[in-house]
Design a protein. Structure first.
Length: 316
């Protein structure tokens, strides 16, 4: 795993984070040794008057074009399946994961990114209107033709992931080797809706942890690792009601104890807890300014002493 073992999340680049700031953040991340970039073809359709995505990929593509040589140093991760494809309400109007949709989405992402390959290509959200064989075959075809290096799926239930992996294995196809789900140190009450979380199966659970830990070829990427700024700005970014349970204050007390002992921030402890856990996770960290990026870089490089990790793990 690289020294900077988190992926820079570019969800807001080109929309909520202006292009100039986004390009500067990409420079700063790469100059610090960062290599992994995470985006999607639908980012950020909800923040654009057109109601369509692609802005984030376009900004990343502009950055790659103005930085010759960077492409070979960068690990590009993007996604397909959630972009609005026509009139109607999302997610019913999303492009989905048919063979035609996957092929068209990959072509569009390659064009916007200005590259001939995607290092890690994700099925962004499941599509039960399409047979798993069709979706698995469409993604495997991209690997076979050299357009994609590796496959992952985001916001899928474990049983669907396993079934798709077995289909690929039986047919000699490339299959999913990465999961991307929502996860952080604090956890909501099971089954309670969390505002802004639109994916029913978009959570890391004990089953997910056991599954990834039991499959040597599987890796885990996690988003919303820093809970939209709650850890650093609890008064400005309060937790949703779903996090109001006895485990939250116990975990916050442990987090503050470790942060105080090590002289670091809550955010840095959370990132170190994720990257050094079992299984190790790759946090996808979204930032909007240089201070946030520098804090994340320091957190991802932090190694927790065994006694502090034990304190964090046992606070439940």
């Amino acid at each position: 795993m690289p020294d900077v073992n988190f992926a820079l999340g570019t969800l807001g680049f080109g929309t909520t984070v202006d292009a100039a700031t986004s390009l500067d953040l990409l420079d700063r991340f790469a100059d610090a040794g960062g290599t992994m970039l995470d985006t999607a073809d639908c980012y950020a359709f909800w923040a654009d008057p057109s109601g369509r995505g692609g802005q984030s990929e376009e900004v990343v593509g502009r950055w790659l074009a103005r930085r010759p040589g960077r492409r070979d140093q960068v690990y590009l991760s993007t996604k397909a399946g959630a972009e609005p494809a026509g009139p109607g309400d999302w997610p019913a109007n999303r492009q989905g994961l048919s063979a035609a949709a996957v092929a068209a989405a990959a072509e569009g992402s390659l064009r916007r990114l200005g590259t001939d390959r995607i290092d890690l290509y994700w099925a962004h959200m499941e599509d039960r209107t399409v047979a798993l064989e069709e979706t698995a075959g469409a993604f495997a075809a991209l690997v076979a033709e050299g357009t994609v290096g590796r496959l992952g799926c985001s916001n899928h239930p474990v049983w669907r992931v396993e079934r798709a992996r077995r289909i690929a294995e039986e047919r000699g196809w490339a299959g999913y080797t990465a999961l991307q789900l929502r996860h952080s140190y604090l956890q909501p009450r099971p089954g309670v809706p969390v505002p802004g979380q639109n994916h029913r199966f978009g959570w890391v659970t004990e089953e997910v942890v056991d599954y990834v830990d039991s499959e040597p070829d599987l890796s885990l990427w996690v988003y919303t690792a820093l809970l939209y700024g709650f850890y650093s700005r609890p008064d400005e970014r309060p937790l949703p009601e779903a996090y109001d349970h006895p485990g939250t204050p116990r975990r916050l007390a442990a987090l503050d104890k470790v942060a105080g002992d090590l002289g670091v921030s809550r955010n840095q402890v959370v990132l170190a807890w994720l990257t050094g856990g079992t299984p190790a996770a790759v946090p996808v960290v979204g930032v909007s300014d240089a201070r946030q990026l520098d804090e994340a870089l320091a957190g991802a490089r932090l190694r927790l002493p065994a006694e502090h990790r034990r304190l964090l793990d046992e606070a439940v």
